[in-house]
Design a protein around this ligand. Structure first.
Ligand code: UDX
Length: 450
């Protein structure tokens, strides 16, 4: 099928690349011409494991191209995926101006009927506004626009696998034509009929994805409700961790047992510095606002947000207790990205943490396998180390802010020898307290007995 993807950000690139991978003809565009030129030159503006290979292959096979001319790109597809950003406004609402611009662009550039699909995360009822905007701006053309919502549940770091092996595909539609077109688009994924670029020689066995057809309003709500629930789960775990710390219990032992209850499930029960990234914090805020505007008191979510904000004070307090005075101390930080396997530092707990430490007068030297280039622009007073070992060299404390797998496998004896004081504060509970003590470290983590 011929598909236009509008927005060459994270969601747009994964969506465009994977749709091309499963056999569709995809044209991707963005109002940011520099970004499109970067993509045309063969570079990716983001780090996402496996995506570079998917995009390179799709371009080589002639299944994917990047276009600067928005109108031409829009007119290319019989189906249009809107993947533009919906960043938070100062009041926490989602900024929908990019969606509005796309609606105008589609309505005025299309020369034939289109199915317009919302992929960006939007508050419930945006689909109705989109439909209205398309019919108002396109009133002179007489072209029919169908609207659908197809929320993405992609996680950064595993987005390609998430797209190709989803647990569910949600399509919010108002008519059979849209449903049929969406089913055709996702046919290869539903039937597992594509050459998987992630799993060689074969994909792990598992049930096929669930195909869920809902109303547009429900589909929009599903996305926000899912992300907010995940945020809630993390904040809940973090509070239990604080309690475990006071009571001498171990949060790892507690959540392991909790997660074995199928009604709770084992994921998203990791205590630590809290949730960051461009989705959970902003979706939670937007959901709170949506509830407020709809006259529903969802203060439960406000608490989750408040708990998340307080995580950093809690951790800095721990650092202060260990170091006594922060001013003038040399502190190494491992991890800058908001989670491992990405270079994304948007709303990253590590960045907030470093900013607090720098404001308190610490000399910070940080290392991250992928996110240093992006972090440089927001952390001008921080020194960036070429390796984890360099970040630790001469430090009076070493903090773990993102749980990159490679940090687990470091030569910790070498690190101990190189530090001015062998003190490790693990904000992600990545290492074993017992092993670290045995190696001669003072070691503090979250919700586990020191
Ligand atoms: C999230 C949703 O998971 C995904 O379905 C949606 O499409 C986009 O938003 P993502 O932003 O990639 O994905 O990150 P996610 O894996 O959800 O993690 C978010 C944050 O929560 C990270 O900072 C992570 O470190 C933190 N986290 C996650 C915890 O602190 N504890 C956990 O148990 C899990």
């Amino acid at each position: 099928m011929k598909i236009s993807v509008i927005g060459a950000g994270y969601v747009g690139l994964v969506t465009g690349g994977c749709l091309a991978e499963i056999g569709h003809q995809v044209v991707c565009t963005d109002s940011d011409i520099v970004k499109i030129r970067t993509l045309e030159s063969g570079s990716l503006p983001i780090y996402e494991p496996g995506l570079d290979a998917v995009i390179a292959k799709a371009r080589r096979d002639g299944h994917l191209s990047f276009h600067e001319n928005l109108a031409d790109a829009v007119d290319f597809g019989e189906v249009i995926f809107i993947c533009v950003g919906t960043p938070p406004l100062p009041n926490g609402d989602a900024d929908l101006s990019a969606i509005d611009n796309v609606a105008r662009l589609v309505a005025t550039s299309a020369r034939g009927p289109k199915l317009v699909i919302e992929k960006s995360t939007v508050p419930a009822q945006t689909g109705q506004e989109l439909k209205r905007a398309l019919s108002v701006y396109g009133r002179k053309s007489g072209i029919t626009f169908l609207v659908a919502s197809n929320p993405e549940f992609l996680r950064e770091g595993t987005a390609v696998a998430d797209f190709l092996h989803p647990d569910r595909i949600v399509v919010g539609v108002e008519d059979e034509i849209a449903e049929r077109q969406l089913k055709e688009i996702y046919g290869p994924v539903l039937e597992g009929k594509f050459n998987c670029p992630i799993h060689a020689p074969a994909c792990p066995a598992g049930p096929p994805p669930a195909w869920l057809v809902t109303t547009i309003n429900s589909a929009e709500l599903i996305k926000h409700a899912s992300n907010s629930f995940l945020a809630l789960k993390i904040s809940y775990t973090n509070m239990v961790a604080d309690l475990a710390e006071r009571l001498g219990a171990d949060i790892g032992e507690v959540t392991r047992a909790m997660g074995m209850d199928p009604r709770i499930g084992p994921s998203f029960l990791n205590a630590g510095l809290g949730f960051g990234g461009f989705c959970l914090p902003k979706d939670l805020q937007a959901f709170v606002h949506l509830a407020e505007r709809s006259g529903v008191d969802f203060s439960l979510l406000k608490e989750a947000e408040k708990i998340n904000r307080r995580r950093m004070d809690h951790f800095v307090e721990k650092i202060r207790r260990a170091l006594w005075v922060i001013r003038g101390k040399k502190i190494g930080v491992l991890g800058l990205a908001f989670k491992p396997n990405t270079d994304d530092i948007r709303f990253a707990p590590a960045i907030d943490l470093i900013q607090l430490l720098v404001a308190d007068g610490a000399c910070v030297r940080a290392y991250d396998p992928e996110a240093m280039e992006k972090a440089r622009t927001v952390l001008p007073k921080v020194e960036f180390a070429p390796s984890a070992y360099d970040a630790a060299q001469g430090a009076e404390a070493l903090l773990i802010a993102t749980e990159w797998e490679q940090f687990r496998r470091l030569d910790w004896e070498r690190i101990r020898e190189s530090m001015a004081r062998p003190l490790v504060l693990d904000g992600r509970n990545m290492l074993s307290p017992l092993e670290m003590k045995t190696r001669g470290f003072e070691y503090f983590s979250i919700g586990r007995p020191d």
